[in-house]
Design a protein around this ligand. Structure first.
Ligand code: ZN
Length: 514
């Protein structure tokens, strides 16, 4: 008997390691990280997987150009990907490389099953092929009849005798999946897109290659390796115990959310569930395809020159602004435009002014009026407190939008609370309360503000882990920020009286001129 599912399991695509990590890769990974941290804060047991896709003709060609073995090439460049995760403070629980034996052995086992049950057969196929995509296209799909629709570069004509997967046999099962589980593909527009693709009639797809040998060997025919996409997609199950540890697999599979860019939708929303259905496995609960990041109107490409390295932006804006900006500025699921100017604006308005100044001001007043000790709330709570409580409740409720990957909506509601605390400070005017000798009222005001900062530290922690930790430390809180769980952690009145606060450095200092 295998164990029952008890884990929120989410994945990013595995990345092609010969690319330099750019803000497009970081975007997917970052959204997954925020969701993982949010689910942990909400009390879930989370397993968050990312990794690299290390087989295929592109890697073999790149290695040959450099005069090294493909394994040497992927070993050499793998640290760049790990560095990106460290830079962005990504909290992944595992990192899979498709060249690891834990993966390759289980790919063979999975494919053997499809072979044994007659889902694979050999045939010769010829057609337009993009090496960069590692994919065949039909002539109709090509741009101007000769360019890859993704890369806008000339395709090759490739003729091979390959093993084919009987994809067409699973058309009805796929259509039933889309109809019965419309959340399987999000956003809605992407579901419509795959549904019409499948409804128009599926052709069987090639599952092996024989022109090169850098891949997982086909066990029943020497000289063939599995098509890199079959190999790559299977990482989502080989990493969680498929064919090896039925307890682990039972606890984690199916994945709750698989995050992808919309350019790889067909692989994840058509081929992948068909493979799983063929093998008698559950399909993921959701495949969420986000949009493209545009820079100056152009897609952040795998290979075009607009690639911006995340470290450039982190160096200037800091990690927290980097993480906040992409989720607050762009509706997740739609295309969005990155610009240096809009990032500067978000930094200044939302972070430095709304949040950073608020924390600085409140901590400054607690320091000078209360000897840096959080005062007991005295004096009556009135209209301003009631209004603030409404903003607080709306922020906590609004953040549940993260479960739908609506990061923009969740953050907008959270910032209504941040603005609400600023309005509260203005309405209560603690400097005037002090001047008038209204000490009970002053203590009520400052306690309410510090308590709100504590709640804000908890609620921003999935998005801005550094600022959350810094604010938490300024508040003199002894508990571990990362062991906080909702809803308790975001309830009002949890700030311990007598905690010793420190003002310290600004959370969001003025940006240096770029
Ligand atoms: Zn292409």
């Amino acid at each position: 008997m295998s164990r029952e599912k008890d884990t929120f399991y989410l994945t990013t695509p595995i990345y092609y390691p010969n690319d330099l990590p750019h803000i497009g890769h970081a975007y997917t990974t970052l959204a997954a990280d925020v969701l993982a941290r949010w689910r942990r804060l909400s009390g879930d047991n989370v397993f968050f997987l990312t990794g690299t896709d290390e087989h295929g003709q592109k890697i073999a060609q790149a290695a040959a150009e450099r005069g090294v073995s493909p394994q040497q090439l992927v070993d050499d460049i793998n640290p760049r990907w790990r560095d990106m995760l460290t830079l962005l403070r990504i909290s992944n629980d595992d990192f899979i490389r498709t060249t690891e034996p834990r993966h390759t052995a289980r790919v063979q086992q999975f494919m053997q099953r499809l072979y044994d049950q007659g889902d694979l057969y050999t045939a010769t196929y010829a057609g337009p092929y993009c090496v960069r995509c590692e994919a065949y296209y039909t002539v109709e799909e090509l741009v101007d009849g000769e360019l890859c629709p993704i890369h806008r570069r000339p395709v090759e004509r490739l003729e091979q005798e390959n093993w084919f997967f009987r994809l067409s046999k699973y058309s009805d099962a796929l259509l039933a999946l889309y109809d019965q589980h419309p959340d399987f593909v999000r956003p809605q527009a992407r579901l419509n897109e795959v549904r019409s693709f499948v409804a128009a009639g599926l052709e069987d797809i090639s599952a092996s290659r024989s022109a090169f040998d850098w891949g997982v060997p086909v066990p029943w025919e020497s000289g063939h390796v599995f098509y890199v996409w079959f190999d790559a997609l299977l990482n989502y199950i080989t990493a969680v115990g498929y064919g090896e540890d039925s307890d682990e697999f039972g606890r984690r599979w199916p994945a709750d959310v698989q995050l992808i860019g919309k350019d790889i939708l067909r692989f994840h929303a058509v081929y992948w569930p068909a493979m799983l259905i063929a093998a008698g496995l559950e399909v993921p609960r959701q495949v969420f395809a986000h949009g493209f990041l545009l820079v100056g109107g152009e897609k952040m490409g795998k290979s075009n020159a607009t690639g911006i390295a995340p470290e450039q932006l982190v160096a200037h804006f800091g990690l927290d602004c980097y993480r906040y900006y992409f989720l607050r500025e762009i509706s997740f699921g739609q295309d969005g435009t990155f610009s240096w100017e809009s990032m500067t604006e978000r930094y200044t308005a939302d972070l430095a002014n709304d949040l950073g100044n608020l924390a600085n001001r409140v901590l400054n007043m607690v320091g000078s009026y209360c000897d840096a000790r959080v005062p007991a709330p005295a004096g009556p709570a009135g209209e301003p407190e009631a209004r603030l409580a409404e903003d607080h409740a709306a922020a906590v409720a609004g953040l549940q939008a993260f479960d739908r990957l609506d990061f923009m909506g969740g953050l907008a509601d959270l910032w209504t609370f941040v603005s609400g605390v600023n309005r509260y400070v203005e309405a209560r005017a603690p400097w005037a309360q002090r001047k008038a000798g209204q000490i009970d009222e002053l203590h009520r005001t400052l306690y309410t503000c510090v308590d709100a900062l504590r709640i804000i530290a908890v609620l921003i922690s999935p998005v801005m882990p550094n600022a959350a930790e810094a604010l938490w430390a300024k508040l003199g809180l002894a508990e571990d920020l990362w062991s906080q769980r909702l809803p308790q952690a975001a309830a009002a009145g949890q700030m311990p009286v007598g905690a010793i606060t420190t003002r310290g450095d600004l959370l969001f200092p003025r940006l240096e001129d770029a």
